[in-house]
Design a protein around this ligand. Structure first.
Ligand code: NAD
Length: 495
């Protein structure tokens, strides 16, 4: 890792104008590992101006899709060749385990980019056709313009791929503002994009606090679209900020996924899935399974097996290949998560497992299980964004679907059953944008990652995810050749 990282504006690496910088802390030790220049107001505007100029006058938006695609394929290859370096740094800045970043996040990111590079060459739509007798219509898919991509700390590089690489793959230009806690791999990506010859101004990175740098970026009148991944609260603020110039706003926000186990399920499989669904990314994943609804006939069997498996979870240095769970992102975030544990107990929940700090150094927290029968309690309703899971008992289908749907979020949900009819009914009845049956987590690049309710709007991945960054334009050709068309009498004159 470098000692200090600069900002990337208009194809040039620049220091902060006023000398200010942001420390990057290793959550496994609490110690500073590097620092990054912080963008000034002028630099935020300069990055937007660069993206505007590159979109309006540069070659990028008009380039043949194949040319853009080939460049992105080269970037995918560079990341693949440096996969271990990317994975290690990503784990050091975010606390996610090296097992996950090198076997899942980074190979997945490479696949995401290759998928986007291929799909951006394959837009489909309505055929050129005479939908009325005197004219032929078709549609175009045009890039939107300058996209502000504002991303979170939990998947530092992946979210930049899903937002910024998706945007540029179809001809937009971007200004990326990564989370201040985890900007390093975004800047490494900028360096690899530069190395493969991305035209200047197409991909810019500015770093700084959301409340100043993020807001200024989102408000800038030259930005056409805000692509945001983060909390529901900030998503609402960005909708407000975008409204002054009616920017397109695409939001991937919080979640509170239910994990529903019926009494005919393979309980051992459900338990394995429950540990993985809850633990992936140290419990800091928007789609983590967090509300376990277990049928009363198998409740004790499931809970005993879940606790048995949780005792096997190895917590420690995320760079150790044998470790299952690293630290949370920061001291303040751990305190926030712990406050939810206290709240859960105050509300009458039973702390059945975990809740303690297992190591004296770093921001570690044990996976925590709270049993409750109160679906309205704060720990069941609010996104905790840490490894704190509630377990609730249910009797029948209608009851559990109602309880599962009774949250403001609608991102992911899973159902564990061998009954195909019930599984299909549940995919209809659950108000969540992704429903897994007998699984919880996988999303192939070809499938969308959309949102219901207050989990956001729009989609990432798949063709839907790329269409998100385009306008639909109707193009109409007169084919009558007539000076006066037959229908004009409807407006003036006679037939
Ligand atoms: P956050 O909302 O605090 O911050 C996200 C980004 O927004 C950061 O870059 C931050 O600096 C910036 N920001 C904060 N306030 C801002 C403002 N007023 N104006 C402009 N930018 C601002 O979220 P976080 O803590 O970084 O990430 C965790 C959240 O992200 C969780 O809620 C999680 O569910 C969500 N998330 C959702 C998805 C999804 O696919 N739906 C994926 C990953 C994370």
């Amino acid at each position: 890792m470098e000692k200090k990282y600069k900002l990337f504006i208009n194809g040039v690496w620049v220091d902060s104008e006023d000398g200010s910088s942001i420390d990057v802390i290793n959550p496994a030790t609490g110690e500073k590992i590097t620092e990054v220049s912080q963008a000034s107001q002028n630099q935020v505007n300069a990055a937007v101006d660069a993206a505007r100029e590159a979109f309006d006058r540069g070659p990028w938006s008009r380039m043949a899709p194949a040319e853009r695609s080939n460049l992105l394929l080269k970037v995918a290859e560079r990341i693949e060749n440096k996969l271990q370096e990317y994975a290690t740094i990503e784990s050091m800045i975010s606390g996610k385990t090296i097992k996950q970043s090198s076997n899942y996040d980074m190979p997945y990111i490479v696949d995401n980019i290759r998928y986007m590079a291929g799909t951006a060459r394959n837009f489909e739509g309505k055929a050129l056709k005479e939908y009325v007798p005197e004219g032929a219509s078709t549609i175009r898919r045009d890039p939107i313009g300058v996209v502000a991509a504002i991303t979170p700390w939990n998947y530092p590089l992946m979210e930049v791929i899903w937002r910024a690489i998706a945007a540029i793959s179809v001809g937009n230009t971007v200004v990326v503002k990564p989370a201040s806690l985890t900007p390093v791999t975004t800047l490494m990506l900028a360096s690899d994009l530069e190395a493969v010859g991305l035209p200047k101004g197409v991909f810019n990175v500015i770093v700084g606090p959301g409340s100043s740098v993020g807001e200024q970026l989102a408000k800038n009148k030259k930005v056409d679209m805000i692509a945001f991944t983060g909390s529901t609260e900030v998503g609402k603020r960005l909708m407000e900020l975008g409204s002054s110039t009616l920017k397109k706003v695409s939001l991937e926000l919080g979640g509170k996924a239910p994990f529903i186990v019926f009494d005919d399920a393979d309980v051992e499989a459900a338990v394995q899935g429950a540990v993985v669904g809850g633990l992936v990314n140290n419990g800091e994943d928007c789609a983590n399974s967090t509300r376990y609804y277990i049928h009363e006939n198998i409740y004790s069997k499931f809970l005993d097996a879940l606790l048995r498996e949780l005792r096997k979870v190895k917590i420690g240095n995320p760079l150790d290949e044998t470790v299952d769970m690293g630290p949370l992102i920061s001291e303040s975030h751990r305190e926030r998560v712990e406050s939810y544990i206290r709240k859960g107990i105050e509300e009458g929940g039973k702390l059945t497992y975990g809740g303690k700090r297992p190591l004296s150094k770093g921001f570690y927290l044990e996976p925590t299980v709270i049993e409750t029968d109160n679906n309205s309690s704060v720990i069941v309703q609010e996104e905790i964004f840490g490894p704190v899971w509630t377990v609730l008992k249910f009797k029948d289908y209608d009851e559990v679907i109602e309880k599962a749907n009774d949250v403001i979020y609608g991102l992911g949900a899973s159902v564990w059953t061998k009954d195909i009819t019930r599984a299909i009914r549940a995919t209809r009845d659950l108000s969540f944008a992704t429903v897994w049956i007998n699984e919880h987590v996988p999303v192939p690049s070809e499938m969308p990652w959309p949102s219901y309710k207050q989990s956001g709007s729009g989609s990432s991945l798949s063709t839907y995810g790329l269409e998100e960054y385009t306008y639909v334009k109707h193009v109409y050709f007169d084919i009558s050749g007539a000076t006066r068309k037959s229908w004009y009498y409807q407006v003036y004159g006679q037939k």
